[in-house]
Write a new protein. Structure first.
Length: 493
């Protein structure tokens, strides 16, 4: 994991629910590059679409928007809307709980759930909800294990709904179910007003620019959010100016009417109306001054955003030029070899294939699949055959072909195989240990990873697969070694 760094980037866009604001500035303290999540990358026995997953959050949000303070999705995901109207200037929060029966194994799906919730409960656009949800996961990962931080930043109603050992989110998917309380900071309208321009300063941007990719993508997202925020603020200013014009016209009418009515009014009546006019004039001047200050702030913000846009464009050009130079230096005589990198943090010892540049010794490319089993891979023409996955629903263990040049998935089988199966490649056939109704057999696959035939007899899952002169030797579950016809997988009599 890269070194965790906390940035003081505050972004406040006020969209209210029960006079609440999602405190984006608190989420945007964390830069994207500072946290790396370890997700499950491999086959699944059951697949849910992105919209179905987002629908979980929408379901949770609709109930909260309707006035509920708690909601649950079939006991797998829960939300707590923890709001204290008379707080001590600290944050309120929405708390997304990943319960022990949840089956989420990729951070993108947690973000989809949270994004759907934000859309439903606060009427955020999908684009803004996605950005907030992403930063919320980084924010919660950074402060995982630092419960004193949460105590110092959140109202008692939030703290009382948190478990010290579960607050925040782990960076490893295996640790999410039953151990995650993802916190989204909220403020009460009118109590927490932050000048985003003062703290989104030059030092913050320069820190982002020191990263290998110069922080281009997060900087773009933040700038785009600021632009939408500026546009919304400008619309509000224009509406307020129209209201002041109307108030100014009404005030002039009252002044003119007073002059006409003076001869028929008593001194006390005149004084009363003059005092009323004076109060309205003072109020009008204060509002005009407020608008003037807001317009000046808007101008300053627009100039800063334009400057950052220009800076991003310059940095993008520099990155392109650097990549061209690097490509020119390394393409001559380039050769790569596959290497299986093992993740030693788990007892299963799963791995991820990488391509090592033989000229530089550096890793040129990594596969997205991080669940290669058995510390082995098998070359087959321009493809690499692997056994990948976890034997636990909704995950599954399957055969898979990767492209040997890109390490992208080319093909995946649909038959469950033993996670530590021996593999035998011969001609156009692939032999592996397969499962059917909880029992293990030898299976024969074609190059499309389609199961062609399986043995009639149960075998030992850990059996070696030995081929000789068309005869496949395997060990049955009773310990007996038998000879199978390699075409039919029936015992040779």
């Amino acid at each position: 994991m890269k070194k965790i760094a906390v940035l003081l980037i505050l972004m406040l866009v006020s969209i209210s629910l029960f006079s609440q604001f999602v405190v984006k500035e608190e989420l945007f303290k964390v830069q994207r590059e500072s946290v790396e999540f370890v997700n499950y990358e491999g086959p699944h026995a059951k697949f849910e679409t992105a919209d179905e997953i987002r629908g979980i959050g929408i379901y949770l949000g609709n109930q909260i928007k309707g006035g509920e303070s708690r909601n649950s999705y079939y006991g797998r995901y829960s939300i707590i809307h923890a709001v204290e109207k008379e707080g001590q200037g600290l944050f309120n929060a929405d708390i997304l709980i990943i319960e022990k029966d949840a089956v989420v194994d990729h951070i993108n799906n947690i973000r989809r759930i949270l994004s759907g919730y934000l859309q439903a409960s606060y009427s955020y656009s999908r684009e803004d909800a996605d950005i907030i949800a992403e930063f919320a996961t980084y924010y919660n990962a950074v402060y995982r294990g630092d419960f004193q931080y949460f105590i110092s930043m959140y109202n008692k109603i939030v703290i009382n709904n948190l478990d010290e050992d579960k607050a925040g989110i782990s960076t490893r998917y295996l640790e999410w179910p039953g151990a995650t309380e993802l916190i989204v900071p909220l403020s009460v309208s009118g109590e927490l007003k932050i000048d985003t321009d003062t703290i989104s300063n030059e030092d913050v941007i320069e820190d982002l620019r020191t990263k290998d990719d110069k922080g281009i993508e997060p900087r773009k997202d933040i700038v785009e959010l600021k632009e939408r925020e500026i546009e919304k603020e400008q619309d509000q200013i224009e509406d307020q100016k129209e209201e002041l014009k109307e108030e100014s016209r009404d005030l002039k009418i009252k002044k003119d009417q007073l002059e006409k009515d003076k001869e028929s009014l008593t001194d006390s009546e005149i004084k009363e109306r003059e005092e009323d006019i004076t109060v309205k004039e003072t109020d009008l001047k204060e509002k005009e001054e407020e608008i003037k200050e807001r317009e000046e702030d808007q101008q300053t913000r627009q100039e800063a955003v334009l400057k950052e846009r220009e800076q991003i464009a310059e940095d993008e050009k520099k990155l392109i030029d650097e990549k061209k130079e690097s490509f020119a230096d390394t393409t001559a005589g380039i050769k790569t070899i596959p290497f299986l990198i093992i993740d030693g943090s788990d007892s299963d010892l799963m791995g991820r294939l990488a391509l090592i540049n033989t000229l530089t010794g550096e890793i040129d490319r990594r596969s997205s699949i991080n669940t290669v089993r058995g510390r082995r891979y098998y070359l087959s023409g321009k493809d690499i055959l692997i056994v990948s996955g976890i034997d636990r629903e909704p995950q599954a263990v399957r055969l898979m072909f990767l492209d040997s040049e890109t390490l992208e998935v080319k093909m995946q089988g649909n038959t469950d195989v033993f996670s530590d199966t021996d593999i035998l490649l011969t001609g156009n056939s692939i032999f592996a240990v397969v499962r059917e109704n909880g029992k293990w057999y030898v299976g024969k696959f074609n190059k499309n990873l389609e199961l062609q035939v399986r043995s009639e007899h149960e075998i030992l899952a850990y059996t070696p697969l030995q081929l000789n002169d068309g005869i496949l030797y395997v060990q049955l579950d009773n310990g007996r070694v038998v000879a199978l016809n390699s075409d039919t997988l029936k015992i040779n009599e």
